[in-house]
Write a protein that binds this ligand. Sequence first.
Ligand SMILES: Cc1cc2nc3c(=O)[nH]c(=O)nc-3n(C[C@H](O)[C@H](O)[C@H](O)COP(=O)(O)OP(=O)(O)OC[C@H]3O[C@@H](n4cnc5c(N)ncnc54)[C@H](O)[C@@H]3O)c2cc1C
Length: 507
Amino acid sequence: MADSRKRILIVGGGTAGWMAAATFSKWVAGAGYSIDLIESDEIGTVGVGEATIPQIVDFNRSLQIDEREFMRATQATIKLGIVFEDWTRLGHSYMHPFGQYGVPMHGIHFYHFWLRHLAQGGTLPRDLFNSNTIAAYAGRFAPPNPHEQSPLPPLNYAYHFDAGLYAAFLRRMAEGLGVRRHEGKVVDVALRGEDGFIQSVKLTDGRVFEADLFIDCSGFRGLLIEQALHAGYEDWSEWLPCDRALAVPCDRVAATTPYTRSSAREAGWQWRIPLQHRTGNGYVYCSQFMSDDEASSLLLSRLDGAPRATPKPLRFIGGRRKEVWKKNCVALGLASGFLEPLESTSIHLIQSVLARLLFLFPGNHIDPATIDKFNMQVRSELEEIRDFLVLHYKATERNDTPFWRHCQAIPMPDTLKLRWDMYRQTANIATAPGELFRDSSWFAVFNGQGVNTAAYHPFADIPPDAELARRLEIISGDVQKRVNAMPMHDDFIRQHCAGAPLAGKPM
Ligand SMILES: Cc1cc2nc3c(=O)[nH]c(=O)nc-3n(C[C@H](O)[C@H](O)[C@H](O)COP(=O)(O)OP(=O)(O)OC[C@H]3O[C@@H](n4cnc5c(N)ncnc54)[C@H](O)[C@@H]3O)c2cc1C
Protein backbone atom coordinates (compact mmCIF):
# COMPACT_ATOMS: atom_id res chain seq x y z
CA MET A 1 0.00 0.00 0.00
CA ALA A 2 2.79 2.43 0.88
CA ASP A 3 4.37 1.96 -2.55
CA SER A 4 1.09 2.32 -4.37
CA ARG A 5 0.80 5.89 -2.97
CA LYS A 6 3.96 6.96 -4.68
CA ARG A 7 3.27 6.79 -8.37
CA ILE A 8 2.76 9.87 -10.52
CA LEU A 9 1.40 9.45 -14.02
CA ILE A 10 1.53 12.35 -16.45
CA VAL A 11 -0.77 12.02 -19.44
CA GLY A 12 0.50 14.18 -22.30
CA GLY A 13 3.91 15.19 -23.54
CA GLY A 14 3.54 18.75 -24.78
CA THR A 15 5.14 21.71 -23.06
CA ALA A 16 2.96 21.08 -19.97
CA GLY A 17 3.74 17.37 -19.74
CA TRP A 18 7.49 17.78 -20.03
CA MET A 19 7.61 20.82 -17.75
CA ALA A 20 5.82 18.69 -15.16
CA ALA A 21 8.08 15.70 -15.75
CA ALA A 22 11.26 17.80 -15.45
CA THR A 23 9.97 19.50 -12.30
CA PHE A 24 8.91 16.30 -10.59
CA SER A 25 12.11 14.52 -11.54
CA LYS A 26 14.05 17.31 -9.86
CA TRP A 27 11.89 17.96 -6.81
CA VAL A 28 9.62 15.02 -6.11
CA ALA A 29 11.52 11.92 -7.21
CA GLY A 30 13.84 12.29 -4.22
CA ALA A 31 10.84 11.82 -1.94
CA GLY A 32 10.38 8.30 -3.34
CA TYR A 33 7.93 8.79 -6.20
CA SER A 34 8.12 7.08 -9.56
CA ILE A 35 7.24 9.29 -12.53
CA ASP A 36 5.80 7.99 -15.77
CA LEU A 37 4.61 9.95 -18.80
CA ILE A 38 2.38 8.77 -21.61
CA GLU A 39 2.22 10.63 -24.89
CA SER A 40 0.93 9.91 -28.32
CA ASP A 41 2.99 10.79 -31.38
CA GLU A 42 -0.09 10.07 -33.45
CA ILE A 43 -2.04 12.84 -31.68
CA GLY A 44 0.94 15.20 -31.42
CA THR A 45 1.07 18.51 -29.56
CA VAL A 46 -0.60 21.86 -30.14
CA GLY A 47 2.72 23.06 -31.59
CA VAL A 48 2.44 26.74 -30.57
CA GLY A 49 3.42 28.64 -27.42
CA GLU A 50 6.71 30.31 -28.17
CA ALA A 51 6.66 33.61 -26.31
CA THR A 52 7.21 33.70 -22.56
CA ILE A 53 7.39 36.13 -19.65
CA PRO A 54 10.33 36.65 -17.26
CA GLN A 55 9.26 34.02 -14.72
CA ILE A 56 10.46 31.36 -17.18
CA VAL A 57 14.01 32.43 -16.34
CA ASP A 58 13.36 31.42 -12.71
CA PHE A 59 11.72 28.17 -13.79
CA ASN A 60 14.76 27.16 -15.84
CA ARG A 61 17.07 28.21 -13.01
CA SER A 62 15.10 26.11 -10.53
CA LEU A 63 15.88 23.14 -12.77
CA GLN A 64 19.55 24.19 -12.90
CA ILE A 65 19.35 24.55 -16.65
CA ASP A 66 22.33 26.23 -18.27
CA GLU A 67 20.83 29.28 -19.99
CA ARG A 68 23.09 29.33 -23.00
CA GLU A 69 22.78 25.61 -23.62
CA PHE A 70 19.00 25.98 -23.39
CA MET A 71 19.01 28.92 -25.82
CA ARG A 72 21.11 27.00 -28.32
CA ALA A 73 18.94 23.90 -28.05
CA THR A 74 15.64 25.76 -28.48
CA GLN A 75 16.80 28.37 -31.06
CA ALA A 76 15.79 30.97 -28.49
CA THR A 77 15.97 34.74 -28.68
CA ILE A 78 15.48 37.35 -25.98
CA LYS A 79 12.15 39.00 -25.26
CA LEU A 80 12.12 42.35 -23.44
CA GLY A 81 8.42 43.10 -23.85
CA ILE A 82 5.57 43.27 -26.35
CA VAL A 83 4.96 46.00 -28.88
CA PHE A 84 1.25 46.61 -29.42
CA GLU A 85 0.55 48.11 -32.82
CA ASP A 86 -2.79 49.60 -33.83
CA TRP A 87 -4.49 48.57 -30.58
CA THR A 88 -5.29 52.05 -29.31
CA ARG A 89 -5.98 53.44 -32.77
CA LEU A 90 -4.68 52.75 -36.27
CA GLY A 91 -1.10 53.98 -36.64
CA HIS A 92 -0.46 54.06 -32.88
CA SER A 93 1.94 51.77 -31.10
CA TYR A 94 3.24 51.29 -27.56
CA MET A 95 5.37 48.82 -25.67
CA HIS A 96 4.43 46.82 -22.63
CA PRO A 97 7.94 46.28 -21.31
CA PHE A 98 8.99 43.79 -18.69
CA GLY A 99 10.48 45.84 -15.91
CA GLN A 100 9.55 49.02 -14.14
CA TYR A 101 9.72 52.61 -15.23
CA GLY A 102 12.30 54.88 -13.65
CA VAL A 103 13.18 54.58 -10.00
CA PRO A 104 10.66 54.54 -7.14
CA MET A 105 10.95 57.77 -5.08
CA HIS A 106 9.32 58.92 -1.84
CA GLY A 107 7.85 55.41 -1.47
CA ILE A 108 5.76 55.53 -4.65
CA HIS A 109 6.07 54.30 -8.22
CA PHE A 110 8.01 56.46 -10.63
CA TYR A 111 5.13 56.68 -13.08
CA HIS A 112 3.34 59.12 -10.73
CA PHE A 113 6.25 61.55 -11.18
CA TRP A 114 5.99 61.14 -14.91
CA LEU A 115 2.24 61.84 -14.75
CA ARG A 116 3.01 65.02 -12.81
CA HIS A 117 5.53 65.97 -15.50
CA LEU A 118 2.76 65.57 -18.12
CA ALA A 119 0.21 67.42 -16.01
CA GLN A 120 2.65 70.37 -15.90
CA GLY A 121 2.92 70.38 -19.67
CA GLY A 122 6.02 68.18 -19.95
CA THR A 123 6.51 66.17 -23.12
CA LEU A 124 9.17 63.58 -22.28
CA PRO A 125 7.84 60.17 -23.38
CA ARG A 126 7.54 57.49 -20.71
CA ASP A 127 9.70 55.14 -22.82
CA LEU A 128 12.82 57.20 -21.98
CA PHE A 129 12.62 55.95 -18.38
CA ASN A 130 12.48 52.23 -19.08
CA SER A 131 15.60 50.26 -20.00
CA ASN A 132 13.59 47.38 -21.49
CA THR A 133 11.78 49.66 -23.91
CA ILE A 134 14.85 51.57 -25.03
CA ALA A 135 16.92 48.38 -25.42
CA ALA A 136 14.11 46.59 -27.27
CA TYR A 137 13.64 49.37 -29.83
CA ALA A 138 17.40 49.66 -30.25
CA GLY A 139 17.68 45.88 -30.80
CA ARG A 140 20.17 45.58 -27.94
CA PHE A 141 20.56 43.15 -25.08
CA ALA A 142 22.96 42.22 -22.30
CA PRO A 143 22.07 40.10 -19.28
CA PRO A 144 21.74 42.13 -16.07
CA ASN A 145 25.13 42.79 -14.55
CA PRO A 146 25.05 42.00 -10.82
CA HIS A 147 27.99 44.40 -10.27
CA GLU A 148 26.34 47.36 -12.02
CA GLN A 149 26.20 50.38 -9.69
CA SER A 150 22.85 51.80 -10.69
CA PRO A 151 19.64 52.77 -8.92
CA LEU A 152 17.71 51.64 -12.00
CA PRO A 153 15.70 48.42 -11.69
CA PRO A 154 17.44 45.55 -13.47
CA LEU A 155 16.58 44.63 -17.03
CA ASN A 156 13.88 41.95 -16.93
CA TYR A 157 13.80 39.50 -19.79
CA ALA A 158 12.18 36.33 -21.09
CA TYR A 159 12.61 34.21 -24.23
CA HIS A 160 11.06 33.37 -27.51
CA PHE A 161 11.75 29.70 -28.22
CA ASP A 162 10.71 26.80 -30.39
CA ALA A 163 8.04 25.03 -28.32
CA GLY A 164 8.79 21.59 -29.79
CA LEU A 165 12.50 21.97 -29.08
CA TYR A 166 11.79 23.13 -25.52
CA ALA A 167 9.66 20.05 -24.83
CA ALA A 168 12.43 17.87 -26.33
CA PHE A 169 15.04 19.62 -24.18
CA LEU A 170 13.03 19.03 -21.00
CA ARG A 171 12.35 15.47 -22.07
CA ARG A 172 16.07 14.69 -22.34
CA MET A 173 16.56 16.16 -18.91
CA ALA A 174 13.62 14.37 -17.29
CA GLU A 175 14.46 11.01 -18.85
CA GLY A 176 18.05 11.47 -17.69
CA LEU A 177 16.67 11.86 -14.17
CA GLY A 178 14.60 8.68 -14.35
CA VAL A 179 11.22 9.66 -15.84
CA ARG A 180 9.85 6.76 -17.93
CA ARG A 181 8.14 7.72 -21.18
CA HIS A 182 5.53 5.48 -22.77
CA GLU A 183 4.36 5.95 -26.31
CA GLY A 184 0.67 5.21 -26.81
CA LYS A 185 -2.85 6.53 -26.94
CA VAL A 186 -5.03 6.51 -23.84
CA VAL A 187 -8.45 5.10 -24.75
CA ASP A 188 -10.00 4.45 -21.37
CA VAL A 189 -9.90 5.90 -17.88
CA ALA A 190 -11.08 3.71 -14.97
CA LEU A 191 -12.48 5.32 -11.80
CA ARG A 192 -12.47 3.71 -8.35
CA GLY A 193 -15.95 2.71 -7.28
CA GLU A 194 -15.67 3.85 -3.67
CA ASP A 195 -14.56 7.47 -4.13
CA GLY A 196 -14.48 8.23 -7.87
CA PHE A 197 -10.69 8.73 -7.85
CA ILE A 198 -8.87 7.75 -11.03
CA GLN A 199 -7.61 4.19 -10.74
CA SER A 200 -5.87 3.68 -14.06
CA VAL A 201 -5.65 4.54 -17.73
CA LYS A 202 -5.61 2.05 -20.57
CA LEU A 203 -3.80 2.38 -23.90
CA THR A 204 -4.93 1.15 -27.33
CA ASP A 205 -2.61 -1.84 -27.08
CA GLY A 206 -4.17 -2.93 -23.77
CA ARG A 207 -1.43 -1.71 -21.40
CA VAL A 208 -2.87 -0.41 -18.13
CA PHE A 209 -1.16 2.22 -15.94
CA GLU A 210 -2.21 2.71 -12.34
CA ALA A 211 -1.08 5.65 -10.22
CA ASP A 212 -1.83 7.62 -7.09
CA LEU A 213 -1.60 11.07 -8.59
CA PHE A 214 -2.54 11.78 -12.20
CA ILE A 215 -1.40 14.92 -14.01
CA ASP A 216 -3.61 15.74 -16.96
CA CYS A 217 -1.48 17.40 -19.62
CA SER A 218 -3.57 16.10 -22.51
CA GLY A 219 -4.27 19.54 -23.98
CA PHE A 220 -7.63 21.11 -24.82
CA ARG A 221 -9.42 17.74 -24.64
CA GLY A 222 -8.83 17.43 -20.86
CA LEU A 223 -8.88 13.66 -21.11
CA LEU A 224 -8.81 13.00 -17.38
CA ILE A 225 -9.99 16.21 -15.71
CA GLU A 226 -12.98 16.74 -18.01
CA GLN A 227 -13.78 13.62 -19.95
CA ALA A 228 -13.37 11.32 -16.94
CA LEU A 229 -13.91 13.59 -13.92
CA HIS A 230 -16.25 16.23 -15.41
CA ALA A 231 -14.63 19.14 -13.59
CA GLY A 232 -16.59 21.64 -15.70
CA TYR A 233 -15.50 24.68 -17.71
CA GLU A 234 -16.31 28.34 -17.14
CA ASP A 235 -16.65 30.05 -20.49
CA TRP A 236 -15.21 33.59 -20.59
CA SER A 237 -16.00 34.38 -24.22
CA GLU A 238 -18.36 37.21 -23.21
CA TRP A 239 -15.14 39.05 -22.21
CA LEU A 240 -12.60 37.45 -24.51
CA PRO A 241 -14.32 37.03 -27.88
CA CYS A 242 -11.50 35.48 -29.95
CA ASP A 243 -12.00 31.75 -30.44
CA ARG A 244 -9.70 30.73 -33.30
CA ALA A 245 -6.13 31.07 -34.40
CA LEU A 246 -4.03 30.24 -37.40
CA ALA A 247 -0.31 29.74 -36.84
CA VAL A 248 2.38 29.72 -39.50
CA PRO A 249 6.17 29.99 -39.38
CA CYS A 250 8.01 32.03 -42.01
CA ASP A 251 11.61 32.69 -43.01
CA ARG A 252 13.55 35.02 -40.81
CA VAL A 253 14.63 37.89 -43.05
CA ALA A 254 16.11 40.55 -40.79
CA ALA A 255 17.74 41.06 -37.42
CA THR A 256 15.82 39.43 -34.59
CA THR A 257 13.92 42.02 -32.61
CA PRO A 258 14.13 41.30 -28.87
CA TYR A 259 10.37 41.73 -28.47
CA THR A 260 7.12 40.12 -29.54
CA ARG A 261 4.93 42.14 -31.85
CA SER A 262 1.16 42.09 -31.50
CA SER A 263 -0.69 43.93 -34.25
CA ALA A 264 -4.40 44.55 -33.88
CA ARG A 265 -6.23 43.41 -37.02
CA GLU A 266 -9.74 43.50 -38.49
CA ALA A 267 -11.18 40.78 -36.25
CA GLY A 268 -8.46 40.09 -33.69
CA TRP A 269 -4.70 40.42 -33.74
CA GLN A 270 -1.54 38.99 -35.28
CA TRP A 271 1.55 37.85 -33.43
CA ARG A 272 5.13 37.89 -34.65
CA ILE A 273 7.68 35.95 -32.62
CA PRO A 274 11.25 36.06 -33.90
CA LEU A 275 13.38 32.96 -33.28
CA GLN A 276 16.92 32.26 -34.40
CA HIS A 277 15.94 29.93 -37.26
CA ARG A 278 12.50 31.26 -38.24
CA THR A 279 9.75 33.69 -37.29
CA GLY A 280 6.52 32.46 -35.72
CA ASN A 281 3.30 34.16 -36.79
CA GLY A 282 -0.35 33.75 -36.03
CA TYR A 283 -3.70 35.42 -36.40
CA VAL A 284 -5.97 35.16 -33.35
CA TYR A 285 -9.52 36.05 -34.39
CA CYS A 286 -13.18 35.86 -33.61
CA SER A 287 -15.09 33.46 -35.86
CA GLN A 288 -18.23 35.58 -35.49
CA PHE A 289 -16.53 38.32 -37.51
CA MET A 290 -14.12 36.53 -39.84
CA SER A 291 -14.01 33.29 -41.82
CA ASP A 292 -11.05 30.92 -41.60
CA ASP A 293 -10.22 31.45 -45.28
CA GLU A 294 -10.16 35.21 -44.93
CA ALA A 295 -7.99 35.03 -41.80
CA SER A 296 -5.61 32.67 -43.58
CA SER A 297 -5.15 34.86 -46.63
CA LEU A 298 -4.74 38.02 -44.52
CA LEU A 299 -2.16 36.29 -42.34
CA LEU A 300 -0.20 35.01 -45.34
CA SER A 301 -0.24 38.43 -46.96
CA ARG A 302 1.39 40.02 -43.89
CA LEU A 303 4.44 37.87 -43.21
CA ASP A 304 8.01 39.15 -43.15
CA GLY A 305 9.33 36.24 -45.17
CA ALA A 306 8.22 33.20 -47.18
CA PRO A 307 5.82 30.92 -45.27
CA ARG A 308 7.28 27.57 -44.29
CA ALA A 309 3.99 25.69 -44.00
CA THR A 310 0.29 26.13 -44.51
CA PRO A 311 -1.38 27.89 -41.56
CA LYS A 312 -2.33 25.51 -38.77
CA PRO A 313 -5.87 26.06 -37.47
CA LEU A 314 -6.61 26.07 -33.74
CA ARG A 315 -9.95 26.45 -31.98
CA PHE A 316 -10.49 27.38 -28.36
CA ILE A 317 -12.85 28.89 -25.86
CA GLY A 318 -11.32 31.35 -23.44
CA GLY A 319 -12.06 30.27 -19.91
CA ARG A 320 -11.01 28.12 -16.99
CA ARG A 321 -11.49 24.60 -15.76
CA LYS A 322 -13.73 24.97 -12.70
CA GLU A 323 -11.62 22.56 -10.68
CA VAL A 324 -8.02 22.37 -11.81
CA TRP A 325 -7.38 19.83 -9.04
CA LYS A 326 -10.15 17.27 -8.64
CA LYS A 327 -9.80 14.09 -6.58
CA ASN A 328 -6.39 12.62 -7.47
CA CYS A 329 -5.97 14.55 -10.73
CA VAL A 330 -4.37 17.94 -11.38
CA ALA A 331 -4.74 19.57 -14.80
CA LEU A 332 -1.89 21.53 -16.30
CA GLY A 333 -1.53 23.57 -19.47
CA LEU A 334 -4.37 23.63 -21.96
CA ALA A 335 -6.23 20.95 -19.98
CA SER A 336 -6.63 23.48 -17.16
CA GLY A 337 -8.18 26.24 -19.26
CA PHE A 338 -7.12 28.76 -21.83
CA LEU A 339 -6.41 32.45 -21.88
CA GLU A 340 -5.50 33.65 -25.34
CA PRO A 341 -1.79 34.34 -25.91
CA LEU A 342 -2.00 38.15 -25.96
CA GLU A 343 0.32 38.50 -22.96
CA SER A 344 2.05 35.09 -23.35
CA THR A 345 0.78 33.79 -20.03
CA SER A 346 -0.02 30.11 -20.66
CA ILE A 347 3.43 28.65 -20.15
CA HIS A 348 3.76 30.77 -17.04
CA LEU A 349 0.49 29.31 -15.74
CA ILE A 350 1.88 25.79 -16.16
CA GLN A 351 4.84 26.85 -14.06
CA SER A 352 2.70 28.56 -11.46
CA VAL A 353 0.26 25.65 -11.04
CA LEU A 354 3.24 23.32 -10.72
CA ALA A 355 4.75 25.55 -8.02
CA ARG A 356 1.46 25.56 -6.09
CA LEU A 357 1.25 21.80 -6.39
CA LEU A 358 4.77 21.32 -5.06
CA PHE A 359 3.97 23.59 -2.15
CA LEU A 360 0.77 21.71 -1.29
CA PHE A 361 1.96 18.29 -2.46
CA PRO A 362 -0.32 15.54 -1.17
CA GLY A 363 1.16 12.88 1.10
CA ASN A 364 -0.69 9.69 1.80
CA HIS A 365 -3.99 11.50 2.04
CA ILE A 366 -5.55 13.86 -0.47
CA ASP A 367 -7.09 16.60 1.62
CA PRO A 368 -10.30 18.24 0.29
CA ALA A 369 -9.56 21.55 2.07
CA THR A 370 -6.17 21.70 0.35
CA ILE A 371 -7.84 21.08 -3.00
CA ASP A 372 -10.33 23.90 -2.35
CA LYS A 373 -7.57 26.32 -1.37
CA PHE A 374 -5.50 25.33 -4.40
CA ASN A 375 -8.45 25.81 -6.78
CA MET A 376 -9.30 29.18 -5.24
CA GLN A 377 -5.73 30.40 -5.71
CA VAL A 378 -5.60 29.24 -9.32
CA ARG A 379 -8.95 30.85 -10.00
CA SER A 380 -7.92 34.24 -8.67
CA GLU A 381 -4.66 34.16 -10.63
CA LEU A 382 -6.59 33.41 -13.83
CA GLU A 383 -9.21 36.08 -13.17
CA GLU A 384 -6.56 38.72 -12.71
CA ILE A 385 -4.90 37.76 -16.00
CA ARG A 386 -8.31 37.68 -17.72
CA ASP A 387 -8.96 41.25 -16.57
CA PHE A 388 -5.58 42.36 -17.88
CA LEU A 389 -6.35 40.85 -21.29
CA VAL A 390 -9.85 42.34 -21.41
CA LEU A 391 -8.31 45.77 -20.80
CA HIS A 392 -6.51 45.53 -24.18
CA TYR A 393 -9.75 44.94 -26.06
CA LYS A 394 -11.90 47.31 -24.09
CA ALA A 395 -9.64 50.36 -23.90
CA THR A 396 -9.54 51.19 -27.56
CA GLU A 397 -10.64 54.05 -29.74
CA ARG A 398 -11.00 51.65 -32.65
CA ASN A 399 -14.47 51.33 -34.10
CA ASP A 400 -13.47 50.76 -37.71
CA THR A 401 -14.74 47.15 -37.95
CA PRO A 402 -17.70 45.24 -36.48
CA PHE A 403 -15.23 43.32 -34.29
CA TRP A 404 -13.82 46.47 -32.68
CA ARG A 405 -17.28 47.92 -32.21
CA HIS A 406 -18.18 44.66 -30.48
CA CYS A 407 -15.10 45.01 -28.25
CA GLN A 408 -16.04 48.52 -27.20
CA ALA A 409 -19.36 47.13 -25.97
CA ILE A 410 -17.81 44.27 -23.96
CA PRO A 411 -19.02 44.50 -20.36
CA MET A 412 -16.15 44.81 -17.90
CA PRO A 413 -15.76 42.20 -15.17
CA ASP A 414 -16.44 43.98 -11.84
CA THR A 415 -12.84 43.50 -10.76
CA LEU A 416 -11.57 45.27 -13.87
CA LYS A 417 -14.12 48.05 -13.53
CA LEU A 418 -12.90 48.74 -10.00
CA ARG A 419 -9.28 48.88 -11.10
CA TRP A 420 -10.09 51.07 -14.10
CA ASP A 421 -12.15 53.55 -12.07
CA MET A 422 -9.49 53.76 -9.39
CA TYR A 423 -6.75 54.38 -11.95
CA ARG A 424 -8.76 57.14 -13.62
CA GLN A 425 -9.52 58.85 -10.35
CA THR A 426 -6.20 58.45 -8.51
CA ALA A 427 -3.63 56.84 -10.86
CA ASN A 428 -3.19 54.16 -8.22
CA ILE A 429 -3.28 50.52 -9.24
CA ALA A 430 -2.42 48.73 -5.99
CA THR A 431 -1.80 45.18 -7.17
CA ALA A 432 -1.92 42.64 -4.36
CA PRO A 433 1.07 40.45 -3.50
CA GLY A 434 1.07 37.42 -5.78
CA GLU A 435 -0.66 39.09 -8.72
CA LEU A 436 1.22 38.32 -11.90
CA PHE A 437 0.99 41.71 -13.57
CA ARG A 438 2.39 44.42 -11.32
CA ASP A 439 1.56 48.12 -11.22
CA SER A 440 4.07 49.02 -13.93
CA SER A 441 2.44 46.55 -16.36
CA TRP A 442 -1.05 47.85 -15.68
CA PHE A 443 0.24 51.41 -16.05
CA ALA A 444 1.96 50.51 -19.35
CA VAL A 445 -1.30 49.20 -20.81
CA PHE A 446 -3.71 51.72 -19.26
CA ASN A 447 -1.55 54.59 -20.44
CA GLY A 448 -0.57 52.89 -23.72
CA GLN A 449 -4.19 52.26 -24.65
CA GLY A 450 -5.28 55.79 -23.88
CA VAL A 451 -7.02 55.35 -20.51
CA ASN A 452 -6.29 58.80 -19.16
CA THR A 453 -5.96 59.94 -15.61
CA ALA A 454 -5.68 63.55 -14.58
CA ALA A 455 -4.43 62.52 -11.15
CA TYR A 456 -1.17 61.33 -9.64
CA HIS A 457 -0.12 60.36 -6.13
CA PRO A 458 0.17 63.45 -3.86
CA PHE A 459 3.74 62.50 -2.91
CA ALA A 460 4.78 63.09 -6.50
CA ASP A 461 4.51 66.80 -5.66
CA ILE A 462 7.26 66.54 -3.04
CA PRO A 463 10.26 67.45 -5.23
CA PRO A 464 10.27 71.08 -6.41
CA ASP A 465 9.94 71.57 -10.19
CA ALA A 466 13.64 72.04 -10.84
CA GLU A 467 14.52 69.03 -8.73
CA LEU A 468 12.02 66.84 -10.56
CA ALA A 469 13.40 67.98 -13.91
CA ARG A 470 16.92 67.18 -12.72
CA ARG A 471 15.93 63.68 -11.60
CA LEU A 472 14.10 62.95 -14.85
CA GLU A 473 17.17 63.97 -16.77
CA ILE A 474 19.46 61.79 -14.68
CA ILE A 475 17.20 58.74 -14.92
CA SER A 476 16.70 58.96 -18.67
CA GLY A 477 20.43 59.55 -19.08
CA ASP A 478 21.23 56.48 -17.00
CA VAL A 479 18.80 54.38 -19.03
CA GLN A 480 20.40 55.52 -22.27
CA LYS A 481 23.93 54.91 -20.94
CA ARG A 482 22.98 51.42 -19.84
CA VAL A 483 21.49 50.58 -23.22
CA ASN A 484 24.39 52.11 -25.18
CA ALA A 485 26.75 49.75 -23.38
CA MET A 486 24.82 46.68 -24.56
CA PRO A 487 25.75 44.70 -27.66
CA MET A 488 23.25 44.24 -30.44
CA HIS A 489 20.85 41.41 -29.63
CA ASP A 490 21.92 39.34 -32.63
CA ASP A 491 25.60 39.81 -31.74
CA PHE A 492 24.85 38.61 -28.22
CA ILE A 493 23.16 35.51 -29.63
CA ARG A 494 25.87 34.88 -32.20
CA GLN A 495 28.53 35.11 -29.52
CA HIS A 496 26.87 33.13 -26.74
CA CYS A 497 23.94 31.01 -27.74
CA ALA A 498 23.44 30.53 -31.48
CA GLY A 499 21.92 27.14 -32.30
CA ALA A 500 23.28 27.57 -35.86
CA PRO A 501 24.50 30.55 -37.91
CA LEU A 502 21.71 33.13 -37.77
CA ALA A 503 19.56 33.18 -40.87
CA GLY A 504 18.67 36.43 -42.64
CA LYS A 505 20.48 39.68 -43.16
CA PRO A 506 22.45 41.26 -40.36
CA MET A 507 21.06 44.58 -39.10
C1 LIG B 1 -2.88 29.92 -30.79
C2 LIG B 1 -2.11 29.69 -29.54
C3 LIG B 1 -0.96 30.43 -29.29
C4 LIG B 1 -0.25 30.27 -28.10
N1 LIG B 1 0.84 31.04 -27.84
C5 LIG B 1 1.42 30.98 -26.62
C6 LIG B 1 2.50 31.81 -26.28
O1 LIG B 1 3.00 32.60 -27.09
N2 LIG B 1 3.01 31.73 -25.03
C7 LIG B 1 2.51 30.86 -24.12
O2 LIG B 1 2.98 30.86 -22.97
N3 LIG B 1 1.54 30.00 -24.45
C8 LIG B 1 0.98 30.05 -25.65
N4 LIG B 1 -0.02 29.19 -25.97
C9 LIG B 1 -0.37 28.12 -25.04
C10 LIG B 1 0.66 27.00 -25.17
O3 LIG B 1 0.70 26.55 -26.49
C11 LIG B 1 0.32 25.85 -24.24
O4 LIG B 1 0.10 26.33 -22.94
C12 LIG B 1 1.46 24.88 -24.17
O5 LIG B 1 1.86 24.49 -25.46
C13 LIG B 1 1.05 23.66 -23.39
O6 LIG B 1 0.23 22.82 -24.14
P1 LIG B 1 -0.13 21.44 -23.50
O7 LIG B 1 1.13 20.68 -23.22
O8 LIG B 1 -1.07 21.66 -22.40
O9 LIG B 1 -0.96 20.72 -24.66
P2 LIG B 1 -0.49 19.99 -26.01
O10 LIG B 1 0.70 20.61 -26.62
O11 LIG B 1 -1.73 19.90 -26.84
O12 LIG B 1 -0.07 18.54 -25.55
C14 LIG B 1 -1.01 17.56 -25.28
C15 LIG B 1 -0.31 16.23 -25.13
O13 LIG B 1 -1.24 15.25 -24.74
C16 LIG B 1 -1.09 14.10 -25.56
N5 LIG B 1 -2.37 13.42 -25.62
C17 LIG B 1 -3.58 13.95 -25.88
N6 LIG B 1 -4.52 12.97 -25.88
C18 LIG B 1 -3.87 11.82 -25.62
C19 LIG B 1 -4.28 10.47 -25.52
N7 LIG B 1 -5.55 10.10 -25.70
N8 LIG B 1 -3.33 9.55 -25.23
C20 LIG B 1 -2.04 9.90 -25.07
N9 LIG B 1 -1.60 11.16 -25.17
C21 LIG B 1 -2.51 12.10 -25.45
C22 LIG B 1 -0.64 14.67 -26.90
O14 LIG B 1 -0.01 13.68 -27.68
C23 LIG B 1 0.35 15.73 -26.42
O15 LIG B 1 1.58 15.12 -26.12
C24 LIG B 1 -0.70 29.30 -27.18
C25 LIG B 1 -1.81 28.51 -27.46
C26 LIG B 1 -2.52 28.70 -28.62
C27 LIG B 1 -3.72 27.84 -28.90
